[in-house]
Design a protein around this ligand. Structure first.
Ligand code: GDP
Ligand code: MG
Length: 441
């Protein structure tokens, strides 16, 4: 893949912005690459279309070729699609004993994954875990879980012959409550294919256990089949997350993208082997790199972008030290804030600011303020931006109207700018600015 892609990208012309043709040429090959990575056809097609729309017209970073730029955009978009809104590793296990239901086809890796997760919960979170096998079809499967439990030092529910899965689930619940366990995991029976009985059984167990998490275990090497299975299970049972097993194999992991795109379900963990430690939380960035297979280029573009940002910051600092801080500078800062995830994102990054974030939410302060301020600055003339003192009352009215906002909001912005400019000047004189910016970088 790498060779093929770089061949195409070398042909792309060097220029300031990505042209429609540049992007199209590159994405034709990306599409093939996705299919080779086992991404399903409609998903590959939609993905490419989305990137096409996003990439065209985007600026090419200095010292980077358009082709490399497209790769970075493709990578970022892959990562975005792969990322779910739940923290993959954070299993909902409050209110002990919390039931976790494991479902999936036979041979997908349910029993192994159950034990792997139990070990993780025990070792990383200090949880007391009870595992129960509900696989009444195959007595050997119950033994298998008991053996794994002994191996990792996690209790398993004693095996009682002749019980139905629902009876075992009830007994597990009672045992977990009486035994003071934090979590109990129900490892259900699977079949080679989804059928009505399998679904009915899983649904009956779900109804008595009322699981906090229902994890679907699928074989990551089965591509489109894995996605079909996930859709079926989610429709009939409702799943809270997917575990992709056998990601230690040669597969490129394309199933992960199809899974996200089609089912919308978060991928929570990936299985990376038969050993009890061979499990990791799902990392979108890593899988994106694997699907695309162009990690070097992505790293190169990221480095170039970081260099340019550092150069910009340096330039800005020089200006501030000279007491120059105009509306363009303010706009750059506002843009930067938006890029960093807006007010909320910035607050979340600063230790101890979590509480303030809540207060901001309550007060209705959000990114729309940043966007409105940017809109106001945009409707100023070049001269006014460079020298905000020029803003006369009549112009203020026009500017506010141009941005569709009230003059009072513009006045606030002007005041804010003045305060910041004063602060910059003071800090610049004492050399404090330099220190502050150094700390930030
Ligand atoms: P179940 O029928 O769904 O309970 O599947 P099992 O947990 O019994 O697993 C079936 C086989 O797949 C076993 O031999 C496991 O060791 C193996 N297996 C499970 N997860 C993985 C994985 O992530 N990678 C590899 N290579 N093998 C796995
Ligand atoms: Mg099993």
């Amino acid at each position: 893949l790498s060779d093929r892609l770089s061949g195409v990208f070398d042909k792309l012309t060097k220029q300031g912005a990505l042209s429609d043709d540049d992007v199209k040429t590159a994405l034709r090959e990306v599409r093939v690459a996705l299919l080779e990575a086992d991404v399903s056809l409609p998903v590959a097609r939609d993905f490419v279309a989305a990137v096409q729309a996003k990439a065209t017209g985007q600026a090419v970073t200095k010292s980077i070729t358009p082709g490399q730029q497209v790769i970075k955009i493709v990578h970022d978009e892959l990562e975005r699609v792969l990322t779910g809104d739940t923290d993959p590793g954070a299993l909902k296990i409050d209110n002990p004993p919390a039931p976790i239901l494991m479902v999936g086809l036979q041979g997908s890796g349910k029993t192994t994954t159950t034990a792997k997760l139990a070990k993780r919960l025990k070792e990383r979170e200090g949880k007391r875990v009870l595992m129960a096998s509900l696989d009444t079809n195959r007595p050997a499967a119950m033994e298998q879980l008991a053996i794994l439990g002994a191996q990792i030092g996690v209790d398993t529910l004693p095996i009682v012959k002749g019980e139905t899965p629902v009876q075992i689930a009830k007994r597990a619940k009672t045992a977990a409550s009486l035994g003071g366990y934090d979590v109990y995991m129900l490892d259900t029976a699977g079949r080679l294919h989804i059928d009505a009985e399998l679904i009915a059984q899983a649904a009956a167990v779900r109804d008595v256990a009322n699981p906090r998490e229902t994890l679907l275990v699928v074989d990551g090497l089965t591509g489109q089949d894995a996605v079909n299975v996930a859709q079926e299970f989610d429709a009939k049972i409702g799943v809270t997350g997917v575990v992709l097993t056998r990601m230690d194999g040669d597969g490129r992991g394309g199933a992960a993208l199809s899974m996200r795109a089609i089912t919308g379900k978060p991928i929570r963990f990936v299985g990376l082997g038969e050993k009890m430690d061979a499990i990791e939380t799902f990392e979108p960035q890593r899988i994106a790199g694997r699907i695309l297979g162009m990690g070097d280029i992505v790293a190169l573009v990221e480095k170039a972008q970081a260099t340019i940002e550092a150069e910009q910051a340096e330039k800005m600092m020089k200006r501030f030290q000279q007491g120059r801080f105009n509306m363009n500078d303010l706009k750059m800062q506002l843009d930067q804030m938006l890029k960093m995830g807006g007010m909320q994102g910035m607050m979340g990054m600063i230790p101890g600011m979590g509480k303030m974030k809540g207060q901001m939410d309550a007060a209705g302060i959000d990114d729309s303020i940043l966007r409105r301020q940017i809109a106001l600055i945009n409707s100023m003339t070049k001269k006014e931006r460079a020298n905000p003192d020029l803003l006369a009352a009549s112009r203020k009215k026009r500017i506010a109207a141009g941005a569709g906002l009230e003059v009072s909001e513009l006045n606030k912005l002007v005041k804010q700018h003045r305060q910041m400019a004063d602060m910059m000047k003071k800090m610049g004189k004492g050399g404090m600015l330099k220190n502050a910016m150094k700390q930030m970088m």
